[in-house]
Design a binder for this molecule. Structure first.
Ligand code: ADP
Ligand code: MG
Length: 459
Protein backbone atom coordinates (compact mmCIF):
# COMPACT_ATOMS: atom_id res chain seq x y z
CA UNK A 1 0.00 0.00 0.00
CA UNK A 2 1.33 3.44 -0.82
CA UNK A 3 1.52 6.14 1.82
CA UNK A 4 -1.21 7.95 0.02
CA UNK A 5 -3.58 4.99 0.20
CA UNK A 6 -2.69 4.41 3.79
CA UNK A 7 -3.42 8.01 4.74
CA UNK A 8 -6.59 8.19 2.74
CA UNK A 9 -7.96 5.14 4.52
CA UNK A 10 -6.88 6.33 7.93
CA UNK A 11 -8.51 9.71 7.27
CA UNK A 12 -11.69 7.89 6.28
CA UNK A 13 -11.70 6.39 9.75
CA UNK A 14 -10.76 9.60 11.55
CA UNK A 15 -13.54 11.41 9.74
CA UNK A 16 -16.09 9.07 11.22
CA UNK A 17 -14.97 9.95 14.72
CA UNK A 18 -14.83 13.73 14.84
CA UNK A 19 -16.97 16.60 13.65
CA UNK A 20 -16.64 17.76 10.08
CA UNK A 21 -15.45 21.17 11.15
CA UNK A 22 -12.63 19.70 13.21
CA UNK A 23 -11.75 17.25 10.52
CA UNK A 24 -11.36 19.93 7.91
CA UNK A 25 -9.56 22.32 10.20
CA UNK A 26 -6.97 19.89 11.49
CA UNK A 27 -6.49 17.35 8.75
CA UNK A 28 -6.48 19.48 5.64
CA UNK A 29 -3.03 19.61 4.03
CA UNK A 30 -1.71 16.71 6.05
CA UNK A 31 0.02 13.74 4.46
CA UNK A 32 2.22 10.81 5.28
CA UNK A 33 5.79 11.68 4.65
CA UNK A 34 7.38 8.45 5.68
CA UNK A 35 6.39 5.14 7.09
CA UNK A 36 9.23 2.96 8.27
CA UNK A 37 10.34 0.87 11.24
CA UNK A 38 7.07 1.29 13.05
CA UNK A 39 7.20 5.06 12.91
CA UNK A 40 4.81 6.99 10.71
CA UNK A 41 5.83 10.56 10.01
CA UNK A 42 2.98 12.90 9.23
CA UNK A 43 3.54 16.20 7.50
CA UNK A 44 1.42 19.09 8.76
CA UNK A 45 1.07 22.64 7.42
CA UNK A 46 2.03 24.64 10.54
CA UNK A 47 3.00 24.59 14.18
CA UNK A 48 -0.52 25.13 15.34
CA UNK A 49 -1.74 22.00 13.55
CA UNK A 50 1.27 20.10 14.80
CA UNK A 51 0.52 20.91 18.39
CA UNK A 52 -3.15 20.14 18.04
CA UNK A 53 -2.69 16.84 16.25
CA UNK A 54 0.01 15.75 18.68
CA UNK A 55 -1.96 16.57 21.77
CA UNK A 56 -5.50 15.95 20.79
CA UNK A 57 -5.64 13.48 17.96
CA UNK A 58 -2.52 11.37 18.43
CA UNK A 59 -4.44 8.44 19.86
CA UNK A 60 -7.18 8.56 17.29
CA UNK A 61 -4.76 8.73 14.36
CA UNK A 62 -2.61 5.96 15.74
CA UNK A 63 -5.62 3.76 16.24
CA UNK A 64 -6.84 4.42 12.69
CA UNK A 65 -3.43 3.61 11.25
CA UNK A 66 -2.93 0.53 13.36
CA UNK A 67 -6.27 -0.83 12.22
CA UNK A 68 -4.80 -0.86 8.76
CA UNK A 69 -1.27 -1.85 9.59
CA UNK A 70 -0.49 -3.22 13.02
CA UNK A 71 3.23 -2.67 12.54
CA UNK A 72 2.80 1.04 13.15
CA UNK A 73 3.74 1.87 16.72
CA UNK A 74 4.46 5.55 16.86
CA UNK A 75 3.63 8.84 15.21
CA UNK A 76 5.81 11.81 14.45
CA UNK A 77 4.61 15.16 13.22
CA UNK A 78 6.74 17.40 11.06
CA UNK A 79 5.84 20.81 9.73
CA UNK A 80 5.38 21.04 5.95
CA UNK A 81 8.34 18.86 5.16
CA UNK A 82 7.18 17.14 1.98
CA UNK A 83 9.57 18.07 -0.83
CA UNK A 84 6.67 18.39 -3.25
CA UNK A 85 5.09 20.98 -1.05
CA UNK A 86 8.11 23.13 -0.45
CA UNK A 87 7.18 25.72 -3.00
CA UNK A 88 8.84 28.94 -1.96
CA UNK A 89 6.43 31.82 -1.55
CA UNK A 90 6.37 34.14 -4.53
CA UNK A 91 8.01 31.62 -6.78
CA UNK A 92 5.96 30.05 -9.51
CA UNK A 93 5.48 26.38 -8.86
CA UNK A 94 7.86 24.39 -10.98
CA UNK A 95 6.93 21.16 -12.57
CA UNK A 96 4.38 19.11 -10.68
CA UNK A 97 5.82 15.86 -9.61
CA UNK A 98 3.80 12.68 -9.66
CA UNK A 99 4.16 12.60 -5.95
CA UNK A 100 2.44 15.90 -5.61
CA UNK A 101 -0.29 14.93 -8.04
CA UNK A 102 -0.92 11.89 -5.95
CA UNK A 103 -1.12 13.86 -2.75
CA UNK A 104 -3.47 16.37 -4.25
CA UNK A 105 -5.75 13.65 -5.44
CA UNK A 106 -5.82 12.04 -2.03
CA UNK A 107 -6.67 15.34 -0.48
CA UNK A 108 -9.43 16.30 -2.85
CA UNK A 109 -11.04 12.95 -2.17
CA UNK A 110 -10.96 13.32 1.54
CA UNK A 111 -11.80 16.97 1.51
CA UNK A 112 -14.79 17.05 -0.73
CA UNK A 113 -16.23 19.19 2.02
CA UNK A 114 -14.20 22.00 0.57
CA UNK A 115 -16.59 22.02 -2.34
CA UNK A 116 -19.39 22.99 -0.02
CA UNK A 117 -21.15 26.03 -1.37
CA UNK A 118 -20.68 28.97 0.99
CA UNK A 119 -24.14 30.43 0.37
CA UNK A 120 -26.24 27.29 0.60
CA UNK A 121 -23.93 25.05 2.66
CA UNK A 122 -24.74 22.26 0.23
CA UNK A 123 -22.25 19.56 -0.64
CA UNK A 124 -22.67 18.41 -4.24
CA UNK A 125 -21.68 14.86 -3.37
CA UNK A 126 -25.11 14.17 -1.86
CA UNK A 127 -27.69 13.47 -4.54
CA UNK A 128 -30.78 11.36 -5.12
CA UNK A 129 -28.81 9.44 -7.72
CA UNK A 130 -26.49 7.95 -5.16
CA UNK A 131 -29.16 7.51 -2.51
CA UNK A 132 -30.31 3.91 -2.39
CA UNK A 133 -33.95 3.35 -1.56
CA UNK A 134 -35.38 0.38 0.31
CA UNK A 135 -38.39 -0.22 2.50
CA UNK A 136 -36.48 1.32 5.43
CA UNK A 137 -36.36 4.78 3.88
CA UNK A 138 -38.79 4.85 1.00
CA UNK A 139 -41.38 7.00 2.68
CA UNK A 140 -38.77 9.60 3.57
CA UNK A 141 -37.30 9.52 0.08
CA UNK A 142 -40.71 9.80 -1.61
CA UNK A 143 -41.67 12.74 0.58
CA UNK A 144 -38.34 14.41 -0.18
CA UNK A 145 -38.91 13.96 -3.91
CA UNK A 146 -42.39 15.41 -3.62
CA UNK A 147 -40.94 18.45 -1.92
CA UNK A 148 -38.47 18.91 -4.77
CA UNK A 149 -41.36 18.90 -7.23
CA UNK A 150 -43.44 21.44 -5.40
CA UNK A 151 -41.52 23.18 -2.64
CA UNK A 152 -43.72 24.81 -0.06
CA UNK A 153 -46.86 23.25 -1.43
CA UNK A 154 -47.14 19.64 -0.36
CA UNK A 155 -45.40 18.62 2.82
CA UNK A 156 -44.62 21.60 4.93
CA UNK A 157 -42.66 21.22 7.04
CA UNK A 158 -41.12 17.94 6.05
CA UNK A 159 -39.74 16.29 9.17
CA UNK A 160 -37.36 13.32 8.74
CA UNK A 161 -36.18 11.33 11.72
CA UNK A 162 -33.95 8.31 12.30
CA UNK A 163 -30.80 7.08 14.09
CA UNK A 164 -27.19 8.04 13.35
CA UNK A 165 -25.60 7.22 10.03
CA UNK A 166 -28.83 6.24 8.34
CA UNK A 167 -28.93 8.92 5.67
CA UNK A 168 -30.78 11.94 7.06
CA UNK A 169 -28.14 14.45 6.06
CA UNK A 170 -27.68 12.78 2.70
CA UNK A 171 -31.41 13.04 1.99
CA UNK A 172 -31.77 16.63 3.19
CA UNK A 173 -28.79 17.74 1.15
CA UNK A 174 -30.11 15.92 -1.92
CA UNK A 175 -33.33 17.92 -1.72
CA UNK A 176 -31.35 21.14 -1.59
CA UNK A 177 -29.08 20.19 -4.46
CA UNK A 178 -31.92 19.07 -6.66
CA UNK A 179 -34.00 22.17 -6.02
CA UNK A 180 -31.05 24.35 -7.00
CA UNK A 181 -30.64 22.40 -10.19
CA UNK A 182 -34.30 22.14 -11.09
CA UNK A 183 -35.16 25.77 -10.49
CA UNK A 184 -31.92 27.07 -11.95
CA UNK A 185 -30.94 28.90 -8.81
CA UNK A 186 -34.20 30.87 -8.78
CA UNK A 187 -34.98 29.45 -5.36
CA UNK A 188 -32.81 30.48 -2.49
CA UNK A 189 -31.86 27.38 -0.54
CA UNK A 190 -30.05 27.25 2.78
CA UNK A 191 -28.91 24.22 4.74
CA UNK A 192 -27.77 24.62 8.36
CA UNK A 193 -27.30 22.36 11.31
CA UNK A 194 -29.30 23.46 14.30
CA UNK A 195 -26.01 24.07 16.09
CA UNK A 196 -24.94 26.46 13.37
CA UNK A 197 -28.31 28.19 13.48
CA UNK A 198 -27.87 28.62 17.22
CA UNK A 199 -24.33 29.93 17.00
CA UNK A 200 -25.26 32.38 14.21
CA UNK A 201 -28.07 33.64 16.40
CA UNK A 202 -25.83 34.02 19.43
CA UNK A 203 -23.23 35.91 17.40
CA UNK A 204 -25.90 38.16 15.93
CA UNK A 205 -27.28 38.94 19.38
CA UNK A 206 -23.81 39.61 20.68
CA UNK A 207 -22.94 41.97 17.83
CA UNK A 208 -26.28 43.76 17.82
CA UNK A 209 -27.01 42.38 14.36
CA UNK A 210 -30.17 40.51 15.16
CA UNK A 211 -32.17 42.34 12.50
CA UNK A 212 -29.70 41.27 9.82
CA UNK A 213 -29.96 37.72 11.06
CA UNK A 214 -33.75 37.76 10.87
CA UNK A 215 -33.72 39.41 7.50
CA UNK A 216 -31.30 36.91 5.99
CA UNK A 217 -33.38 33.94 7.11
CA UNK A 218 -36.58 35.50 5.87
CA UNK A 219 -35.37 35.67 2.30
CA UNK A 220 -34.96 31.95 2.01
CA UNK A 221 -37.27 29.86 -0.18
CA UNK A 222 -36.15 26.48 1.13
CA UNK A 223 -34.79 26.32 4.67
CA UNK A 224 -33.22 23.03 5.72
CA UNK A 225 -32.27 22.52 9.36
CA UNK A 226 -30.44 19.33 10.29
CA UNK A 227 -30.43 17.66 13.72
CA UNK A 228 -33.13 19.82 15.23
CA UNK A 229 -32.98 17.80 18.47
CA UNK A 230 -30.12 20.10 19.51
CA UNK A 231 -32.60 22.94 19.88
CA UNK A 232 -33.98 21.12 22.91
CA UNK A 233 -33.60 23.30 25.97
CA UNK A 234 -32.39 26.35 24.02
CA UNK A 235 -35.34 28.60 24.64
CA UNK A 236 -34.10 31.73 22.97
CA UNK A 237 -33.13 29.84 19.84
CA UNK A 238 -36.45 28.06 19.74
CA UNK A 239 -38.25 31.34 20.04
CA UNK A 240 -36.32 32.87 17.15
CA UNK A 241 -36.72 29.75 15.10
CA UNK A 242 -40.46 29.79 15.75
CA UNK A 243 -40.76 33.29 14.31
CA UNK A 244 -38.62 32.47 11.32
CA UNK A 245 -40.62 29.32 10.75
CA UNK A 246 -43.96 31.12 10.89
CA UNK A 247 -42.77 33.83 8.58
CA UNK A 248 -41.58 31.36 5.96
CA UNK A 249 -44.57 29.09 6.38
CA UNK A 250 -47.04 31.89 5.85
CA UNK A 251 -45.28 32.82 2.66
CA UNK A 252 -45.50 29.20 1.45
CA UNK A 253 -41.77 28.72 1.72
CA UNK A 254 -40.51 25.21 2.33
CA UNK A 255 -39.04 24.13 5.65
CA UNK A 256 -37.28 20.76 6.01
CA UNK A 257 -36.10 19.39 9.34
CA UNK A 258 -34.31 16.33 10.60
CA UNK A 259 -33.89 14.83 14.03
CA UNK A 260 -32.76 11.63 15.68
CA UNK A 261 -36.25 11.17 17.10
CA UNK A 262 -39.85 12.19 16.40
CA UNK A 263 -41.07 15.63 17.56
CA UNK A 264 -43.06 14.09 20.41
CA UNK A 265 -39.87 12.67 21.86
CA UNK A 266 -37.86 15.88 21.88
CA UNK A 267 -37.99 16.87 25.50
CA UNK A 268 -38.22 20.58 26.24
CA UNK A 269 -39.36 21.42 22.77
CA UNK A 270 -41.90 24.18 23.08
CA UNK A 271 -45.41 22.95 22.53
CA UNK A 272 -46.08 25.46 19.77
CA UNK A 273 -43.04 24.26 17.81
CA UNK A 274 -43.98 20.66 18.32
CA UNK A 275 -47.45 21.19 16.96
CA UNK A 276 -46.01 23.08 13.98
CA UNK A 277 -43.70 20.15 13.21
CA UNK A 278 -46.53 17.70 13.56
CA UNK A 279 -48.67 19.76 11.21
CA UNK A 280 -46.59 18.75 8.23
CA UNK A 281 -45.26 15.42 7.06
CA UNK A 282 -43.28 13.19 9.41
CA UNK A 283 -41.29 10.35 7.86
CA UNK A 284 -38.84 8.02 9.53
CA UNK A 285 -35.75 6.22 8.31
CA UNK A 286 -35.19 2.87 10.00
CA UNK A 287 -32.41 0.32 9.50
CA UNK A 288 -31.70 -1.12 6.06
CA UNK A 289 -32.26 -4.83 5.51
CA UNK A 290 -29.55 -7.13 4.19
CA UNK A 291 -30.52 -6.78 0.56
CA UNK A 292 -30.42 -3.01 0.75
CA UNK A 293 -27.09 -3.03 2.56
CA UNK A 294 -25.70 -5.07 -0.28
CA UNK A 295 -27.11 -2.67 -2.86
CA UNK A 296 -25.55 0.24 -1.00
CA UNK A 297 -22.15 -1.46 -0.95
CA UNK A 298 -22.36 -2.12 -4.67
CA UNK A 299 -23.22 1.48 -5.33
CA UNK A 300 -20.33 2.74 -3.17
CA UNK A 301 -17.85 0.34 -4.78
CA UNK A 302 -18.94 1.55 -8.19
CA UNK A 303 -18.48 5.16 -7.09
CA UNK A 304 -14.96 4.35 -5.97
CA UNK A 305 -14.37 2.51 -9.23
CA UNK A 306 -13.33 -0.77 -7.69
CA UNK A 307 -14.63 -4.18 -8.61
CA UNK A 308 -15.18 -6.37 -5.58
CA UNK A 309 -16.42 -9.96 -5.68
CA UNK A 310 -19.99 -10.46 -4.47
CA UNK A 311 -18.82 -12.90 -1.85
CA UNK A 312 -16.82 -10.17 -0.15
CA UNK A 313 -19.57 -7.56 -0.38
CA UNK A 314 -21.98 -10.06 1.03
CA UNK A 315 -19.70 -10.76 3.95
CA UNK A 316 -19.53 -7.06 4.80
CA UNK A 317 -23.29 -6.58 4.43
CA UNK A 318 -24.08 -9.50 6.70
CA UNK A 319 -21.64 -8.47 9.38
CA UNK A 320 -22.16 -4.73 9.54
CA UNK A 321 -25.89 -4.40 10.12
CA UNK A 322 -26.29 -1.24 12.15
CA UNK A 323 -25.79 1.78 10.00
CA UNK A 324 -24.71 2.95 6.62
CA UNK A 325 -21.82 5.05 7.83
CA UNK A 326 -20.20 1.99 9.39
CA UNK A 327 -20.89 0.01 6.26
CA UNK A 328 -19.01 2.57 4.21
CA UNK A 329 -16.14 2.63 6.70
CA UNK A 330 -15.76 -1.14 6.46
CA UNK A 331 -15.77 -1.00 2.69
CA UNK A 332 -13.06 1.67 2.67
CA UNK A 333 -10.93 -0.41 4.93
CA UNK A 334 -11.26 -3.51 2.79
CA UNK A 335 -10.44 -1.56 -0.35
CA UNK A 336 -7.32 -0.10 1.21
CA UNK A 337 -6.13 -3.37 2.65
CA UNK A 338 -6.43 -5.00 -0.71
CA UNK A 339 -4.49 -2.31 -2.42
CA UNK A 340 -7.42 -1.66 -4.74
CA UNK A 341 -6.95 -4.99 -6.45
CA UNK A 342 -9.07 -8.00 -5.69
CA UNK A 343 -7.64 -10.30 -8.30
CA UNK A 344 -6.33 -12.87 -5.89
CA UNK A 345 -8.16 -12.05 -2.73
CA UNK A 346 -9.97 -14.48 -0.57
CA UNK A 347 -12.54 -13.97 2.07
CA UNK A 348 -10.03 -14.91 4.75
CA UNK A 349 -8.03 -11.74 4.33
CA UNK A 350 -11.18 -9.64 4.38
CA UNK A 351 -12.27 -11.32 7.58
CA UNK A 352 -8.91 -10.42 9.05
CA UNK A 353 -9.15 -6.82 7.93
CA UNK A 354 -12.56 -6.38 9.49
CA UNK A 355 -11.92 -8.49 12.51
CA UNK A 356 -11.58 -5.64 14.94
CA UNK A 357 -14.75 -3.92 13.74
CA UNK A 358 -16.96 -6.95 13.60
CA UNK A 359 -15.69 -8.70 16.68
CA UNK A 360 -15.06 -5.57 18.67
CA UNK A 361 -15.81 -6.36 22.27
CA UNK A 362 -18.92 -4.59 23.43
CA UNK A 363 -17.71 -1.31 24.83
CA UNK A 364 -17.67 -1.23 28.57
CA UNK A 365 -19.63 1.36 30.35
CA UNK A 366 -20.44 2.28 33.92
CA UNK A 367 -23.35 3.72 35.80
CA UNK A 368 -22.01 7.26 35.53
CA UNK A 369 -21.94 7.12 31.73
CA UNK A 370 -25.47 5.86 31.65
CA UNK A 371 -26.77 8.52 34.01
CA UNK A 372 -24.94 11.20 32.05
CA UNK A 373 -26.32 9.96 28.73
CA UNK A 374 -29.87 9.92 30.07
CA UNK A 375 -29.48 13.43 31.49
CA UNK A 376 -28.05 14.70 28.20
CA UNK A 377 -30.75 13.08 26.18
CA UNK A 378 -33.59 14.60 28.17
CA UNK A 379 -31.67 17.80 28.67
CA UNK A 380 -31.84 17.84 32.43
CA UNK A 381 -29.20 18.16 35.13
CA UNK A 382 -27.49 15.02 36.36
CA UNK A 383 -27.80 16.37 39.87
CA UNK A 384 -31.58 16.52 39.51
CA UNK A 385 -31.52 12.98 38.28
CA UNK A 386 -29.47 11.58 41.14
CA UNK A 387 -31.02 13.68 43.89
CA UNK A 388 -34.44 13.41 45.33
CA UNK A 389 -35.83 16.04 42.99
CA UNK A 390 -39.50 15.35 42.32
CA UNK A 391 -40.06 17.66 39.38
CA UNK A 392 -42.32 16.03 36.86
CA UNK A 393 -39.82 16.36 34.02
CA UNK A 394 -37.25 14.42 36.02
CA UNK A 395 -39.34 11.49 37.18
CA UNK A 396 -39.66 9.78 33.83
CA UNK A 397 -35.99 10.15 32.79
CA UNK A 398 -35.02 8.76 36.19
CA UNK A 399 -37.11 5.68 35.51
CA UNK A 400 -35.42 5.32 32.14
CA UNK A 401 -32.04 5.55 33.86
CA UNK A 402 -33.07 2.84 36.32
CA UNK A 403 -34.23 0.62 33.51
CA UNK A 404 -30.98 1.08 31.57
CA UNK A 405 -28.79 0.44 34.61
CA UNK A 406 -30.63 -2.79 35.07
CA UNK A 407 -30.66 -3.83 31.41
CA UNK A 408 -27.17 -2.76 30.40
CA UNK A 409 -25.19 -3.34 33.57
CA UNK A 410 -27.33 -5.93 35.32
CA UNK A 411 -26.96 -4.01 38.54
CA UNK A 412 -28.95 -5.02 41.60
CA UNK A 413 -32.09 -3.08 42.50
CA UNK A 414 -30.62 -1.75 45.78
CA UNK A 415 -27.48 -0.57 43.94
CA UNK A 416 -29.57 1.30 41.38
CA UNK A 417 -31.74 2.81 44.09
CA UNK A 418 -28.69 4.04 45.92
CA UNK A 419 -27.17 5.68 42.81
CA UNK A 420 -30.41 7.40 41.92
CA UNK A 421 -31.34 9.43 44.92
CA UNK A 422 -31.16 6.86 47.68
CA UNK A 423 -34.41 5.24 46.70
CA UNK A 424 -35.84 2.03 47.98
CA UNK A 425 -35.27 -1.05 45.87
CA UNK A 426 -39.02 -1.53 45.43
CA UNK A 427 -39.20 1.83 43.65
CA UNK A 428 -36.55 0.64 41.25
CA UNK A 429 -38.32 -2.66 40.70
CA UNK A 430 -41.52 -0.82 39.95
CA UNK A 431 -39.79 1.44 37.43
CA UNK A 432 -38.04 -1.43 35.64
CA UNK A 433 -41.23 -3.40 35.50
CA UNK A 434 -43.18 -0.49 34.13
CA UNK A 435 -40.62 0.29 31.42
CA UNK A 436 -40.30 -3.37 30.49
CA UNK A 437 -43.99 -3.47 29.70
CA UNK A 438 -43.98 -0.08 28.07
CA UNK A 439 -41.06 -0.74 25.78
CA UNK A 440 -42.98 -3.45 23.97
CA UNK A 441 -45.75 -1.23 22.77
CA UNK A 442 -44.33 2.27 22.83
CA UNK A 443 -42.39 3.09 19.68
CA UNK A 444 -41.25 6.44 20.94
CA UNK A 445 -39.69 4.87 23.99
CA UNK A 446 -37.96 2.31 21.77
CA UNK A 447 -36.55 5.12 19.67
CA UNK A 448 -35.43 7.00 22.76
CA UNK A 449 -33.64 3.97 24.13
CA UNK A 450 -31.81 3.46 20.84
CA UNK A 451 -30.61 7.05 20.85
CA UNK A 452 -29.52 6.91 24.48
CA UNK A 453 -27.63 3.68 23.94
CA UNK A 454 -25.93 5.21 20.94
CA UNK A 455 -24.73 7.97 23.25
CA UNK A 456 -23.59 5.51 25.88
CA UNK A 457 -21.58 3.36 23.55
CA UNK A 458 -20.12 6.00 21.26
CA UNK A 459 -17.02 6.95 23.22
P1 ADP B 1 -27.16 10.78 9.28
O1 ADP B 1 -27.24 12.22 8.89
O2 ADP B 1 -28.51 10.13 9.37
O3 ADP B 1 -26.34 10.53 10.51
P2 ADP B 1 -25.68 10.53 6.81
O4 ADP B 1 -26.65 11.16 5.87
O5 ADP B 1 -24.52 11.35 7.22
O6 ADP B 1 -26.43 9.97 8.10
O7 ADP B 1 -25.20 9.15 6.17
C1 ADP B 1 -24.01 8.49 6.54
C2 ADP B 1 -23.30 7.95 5.31
O8 ADP B 1 -24.07 6.94 4.69
C3 ADP B 1 -23.09 9.02 4.25
O9 ADP B 1 -21.83 8.84 3.67
C4 ADP B 1 -24.19 8.78 3.24
O10 ADP B 1 -23.80 9.16 1.95
C5 ADP B 1 -24.38 7.28 3.34
N1 ADP B 1 -25.78 6.92 3.09
C6 ADP B 1 -26.80 7.05 3.96
N2 ADP B 1 -27.95 6.59 3.42
C7 ADP B 1 -27.66 6.18 2.19
C8 ADP B 1 -28.43 5.60 1.12
N3 ADP B 1 -29.73 5.37 1.27
N4 ADP B 1 -27.79 5.30 -0.02
C9 ADP B 1 -26.46 5.52 -0.15
N5 ADP B 1 -25.68 6.05 0.80
C10 ADP B 1 -26.26 6.39 1.97
MG1 MG C 1 -26.49 13.88 9.83
Amino acid sequence: MTNEQLWRTALGEVELNISRANFITWFRDTFILKNANGVTTIGVPNGFSKEWLENKYNKLILRALRNISSEIKELKFIIGAAPAFSIVAGEAPTKTTDHKKELTRAQTQSFQELEIDKETNLNPKYTFNNFIVGSFNELAQAAAKAVVNSPGEVYNPLFIYGGVGLGKTHLLQSVGNEIIEKYKKKKKVKYVSSEKFTSELVTALHNGKIDDFKESYRQIDVLIIDDIQFLAGKEKTQEEFFHTFNFLYQKNKQVILSSDRPPKAIATLEERLRSRFEGGMIADISQPDLETRLAILKCKALEKKVVIPDEILNYIAVNIPRNIRELEGALNRVIAANNISFSNQDLGSVEKTLNNIINAPKKLTNHKNIIQAVADFYDINTTDLINRCRKKEVVYPRQVAMYLLREELKKSFPFIGEKLGGRDHTTVMYACDKLNKEVEKNEILQQELISIKEKIYSN
